[in-house]
Design a protein around this ligand. Structure first.
Ligand SMILES: *Cc1c(COP(=O)(O)O)cnc(C)c1O
Length: 226
């Protein structure tokens, strides 16, 4: 089968593959939320995907999202915007104002800035803690062995409700052991959410309990190199 060549057609293809993975894993249809990662694509390219019914989207930069999404949110009801990239504390206010889910909580300073902004704005985006699941020096995220303590600190010291964990496994290794590890850390901390799986491996994340998969290029096409 040749690859479809429009974003709505590729979206349908990804949705079908996700539904198949849910069935294979014995999970109910629609159990996994597809987050369409629209970073680098402009509003004109995102609109057809919204027209096709997609509502959860991921962006990795606060400034870029701020330029695109307020207008799209006005035109389309029910958008759920996820921040999936690293957050600086001086952008916490903008992030709390714009995003519905922040998946990249990864250090005490950010957790503190978010807690403060959420109180100030009276807005509570859902929060995920990013875990550096392969312990890679170049990657963001809490180290796996520090995740329990960080989660306790978010909960007990800052009063934050953490919904789940997010990870990006190492690019050059089979992802399954990393998905399994994220699942174990989430389970022992009583967290329901697991954001794991991208274009290349979202179907593999489903049997390990992914609740959210973040799929960019398989929907929008190849990104220009950032
Ligand atoms: C870009 C990005 C994705 C999507 O990557 P694809 O391989 O294009 O699906 C998912 N998660 C994060 C954190 C990203 O930055």
């Amino acid at each position: 089968m040749t690859e479809p060549d429009t974003a709505p057609a590729r979206l349908a293809y990804v949705r079908a593959a996700l539904a198949k993975a849910e069935r294979a894993a014995g999970r109910p249809a629609g159990d996994v939320t597809l987050v369409a990662v629209s970073k680098t694509f402009d509003a004109d390219e995102i609109a057809p995907v919204l027209d096709a019914g997609q509502r959860a989207f991921g962006e990795n930069r606060v400034q870029e999202a701020k330029a695109k999404w307020p207008g799209l949110k006005e035109r389309y009801d029910g958008v759920e915007l996820h921040l999936i990239g690293p957050l600086q504390s001086n952008k916490a206010a903008e992030a709390v104002a714009l995003f519905d889910v922040i998946e990249s909580v990864d250090r005490p300073k950010i957790a503190e800035a978010l807690a403060k902004e959420m109180a100030a704005q009276g807005r509570s985006p859902r929060l995920f803690v990013q875990v550096n699941i392969g312990s890679e020096p170049q990657k963001a995220g809490v180290a796996p062995e520090e995740a329990d303590a960080f989660l306790a600190r978010c909960r007990d010291d800052l009063g934050l409700t953490i919904e789940g964990l997010m990870c990006i496994p190492p690019a050059d290794e089979p992802p399954a052991p990393f998905f399994a590890l994220l699942d174990r850390i989430a389970a022992r901390n009583g967290l329901a959410g697991r954001s794991m799986g991208m274009s290349a491996d979202f179907a593999d994340a489903v049997p390990f309990g992914a609740t959210h998969v973040r799929v960019g290029s398989a929907i929008f096409g190849t990104r220009p190199k950032a």
